[in-house]
Design a protein around this ligand. Structure first.
Ligand code: HEM
Length: 249
């Protein structure tokens, strides 16, 4: 019996009482909604634009700055320590590198943070202070997403924008993770080792749904900003065109 248990793979050992299974189940529908945002649909059509990717990086900068500062500050908390993997997962520095590539050395003065992104980072800082045990819900949503569909998004970004030698694509690259699948298994087993009361567990699950909701709002807001800018520039070029045809100066 003991040997049998030992020979089972990590995936087989999971039960539906496990946090990793429950979190996947409760966020299933939200994942589908996230995949169907305009931004993610652009990705799935292989048509991401430079404007979309640059704005996405700006949002990711704000989000990971808050997430990683709160994980660092709470790294000894019993609900954070097991899932604290800065060497393997930290995204802030790679994002900074990408922002510098696209916006230049003065990127800090030039980046734009949309309102929904501010709301997301505000929530991250709030739970870091008040309920660090909820951080696992956000870390799961972002990092496991980056290690899953995110890898495909990296290849699409590279192709759509014709980026060479990985420039501007550091966000998607995890040099400290040699096998995303094995790492995800380890991450799930660490999530499952966190001791939570029934009430805390339910709140973590609710927070995971909220984490997806924040991401959906970030994507929608970002796309809305781009659509407004696009409409404005189309109107400006139409006005300029009609001035030209009417002979106005
Ligand atoms: C897992 C695709 C967007 C969060 C996955 C998996 C796929 C996938 C195929 C399964 C990997 C596996 O079972 O090993 C996609 C596609 C997306 C997308 C095509 C959009 C074009 C997102 C977004 C988020 C997200 C926007 C969150 C912000 C996650 C998470 C997992 C995951 C947390 C891990 C699920 C688990 O194993 O518990 N994604 N995804 N995904 N995705 Fe996405």
């Amino acid at each position: 019996m003991e040997t049998e248990r030992k020979t089972k793979t990590a995936a087989e050992q999971m039960t539906d009482r496990d946090l990793s299974e429950q979190i996947k189940m409760v966020t299933k529908e939200s994942h589908v909604r996230a995949e169907n945002t305009e931004l993610m649909l652009s990705y799935q059509r292989g048509q991401v634009t430079l404007a979309q990717y640059k704005l996405l990086l700006c949002s990711l900068y704000e989000i990971y700055q808050a997430l990683e500062e709160e994980l660092d500050r709470n790294c000894d908390h019993p609900a954070v320590a097991p899932i604290y993997f800065p060497a393997e997962l930290a995204r802030l520095e790679p994002i900074e590198k990408d922002l510098e590539h696209f916006y230049g050395q003065d990127w800090r003065e030039r980046i734009v943070i949309p309102a929904a992104t501010k709301r997301y980072s505000h929530r991250l800082r709030q739970i870091g202070k008040e309920n660090p045990e909820f951080l696992v819900a956000h870390a799961y949503t972002r990092y496991l997403g980056d290690l899953s569909g995110g890898q495909v998004l990296g290849r699409i970004t590279q192709k759509s924008l014709g980026l060479k030698n990985g420039e501007g694509l550091s966000f998607f690259s995890f040099p400290g993770v040699s096998s995303p699948n094995l790492f995800k298994q380890l991450y799930r087993s660490r999530m499952n080792s966190i001791e939570l009361t029934e009430e805390e567990r339910n709140s973590v699950l609710e927070e995971a749904v909220r984490a997806f909701e924040f991401n959906i709002q970030v994507f929608d807001d970002l796309q809305k900003m781009l659509n407004v800018t696009q409409t404005e520039s189309e109107m400006q070029s139409r006005t300029a065109q009609s001035k030209l045809t009417n002979g106005d100066s």
